[in-house]
Design a protein around this ligand. Structure first.
Ligand SMILES: Nc1nc2c(ncn2[C@@H]2O[C@H](COP(=O)(O)OP(=O)(O)OP(=O)(O)O)[C@@H](O)[C@H]2O)c(=O)[nH]1
Ligand SMILES: [Mg+2]
Length: 254
């Protein structure tokens, strides 16, 4: 596998609470004024119907962070979700941190996800640590064709406990589920690990798009339910929702 390096996001140790966005809803860490109100729980409610910089109105916004070893497919997962495309060919390892915005319609509400794509390489850890505390949700990825990336999940969870908010929404994703020939981590092993740590789990594929939309939608639903706190609404259960909605390729349904 060839490895090229490119500067896609600006390395920064400042908090991502503020960020600048271009017309495609992509951005880098930085400072900007949005006119939105940030609640004590960190949820961004626009003070009026809001036009995000990606030219889409939204009612509520959350920060989601992609974490996991280098090469597990974080950038590809985000590109698949945002653009519906797969980055095949040579692997371009992320440098620092980068984000893309996407507005989802969740039960009649426009939910904006600001999705932070972090570099998995060890040398960028100090950069990404600074961003954990502002994340409302974390998608923790391993690669089903790479045992080391699976074995490292425990270390990632330790890091998350150290740097992220206590109530952060967390989901474990076993990516590259399409790669049946190269698979070395069974779905059952992923499920077992997730159960052990009490986190929702599913397998995904940025290549085939298996469960990509579902992963982000499930997180957006959980965040929206938490922030709305409708008194008579039944509690949203992320894993139950995922199990119900999961698409099957024969390999990945529980
Ligand atoms: N077969 C298969 N390959 C994938 C999938 N997702 C990513 N890849 C490949 O895996 C390699 C790494 O993908 P990236 O998305 O760049 O990995 P990353 O996690 O962002 O890596 P860092 O930026 O270094 O942290 C690339 O060559 C992708 O083409 C997938 O779902 N299936
Ligand atoms: Mg990347």
């Amino acid at each position: 596998m060839s490895r090229k390096k490119t500067v896609k996001g600006k390395s920064s140790t400042s908090s991502p609470t503020t960020a600048s966005t271009n017309s495609q809803g992509e951005g880098k860490a930085g400072k900007s004024s949005t006119g939105s109100e940030v609640q004590s729980n960190g949820v961004v409610h626009p003070s009026r119907p809001s036009l995000s910089n990606s030219s889409e109105f939204y009612d509520i916004a959350f920060k989601v962070m992609l974490v996991g070893d280098s090469g597990v497919g974080k950038t590809c997962l985000l590109v698949r979700f945002k653009d519906g495309a797969f980055l095949a060919g040579s692997f371009i390892s992320t440098v620092g941190i980068d984000f893309r915005n996407k507005v989802l319609n969740i039960d009649g509400m426009k939910v904006k996800l600001q999705i932070w794509d972090t570099a998995g390489q060890e040398r960028f850890r100090s950069v990404t640590h600074a961003y954990y505390r502002d994340a409302h949700a974390l998608l923790l990825l391993y690669d089903v064709t790479n045992k080391t990336s699976f074995d490292n999940i425990q270390a990632w969870l330790t890091e998350i406990h150290e740097y992220a908010q206590q109530n952060v929404v967390l989901m474990l994703l076993g990516n590259k589920a399409d790669a049946t020939q190269e698979r070395v981590v069974k779905r059952e092993e992923g499920e077992r690990l997730a159960k052990e740590f009490g986190v929702p789990f599913m397998e995904t594929s940025a290549k085939s798009s298996l469960n990509v939309e579902l992963a982000f939608t499930a997180v957006a639903k959980e965040l929206k339910h938490r922030s709305m706190k409708e008194p008579n609404e039944p509690k949203f259960k992320l894993q139950d929702y995922v199990n119900k909605e999961m698409k099957s390729t024969g390999c990945c349904r529980s």
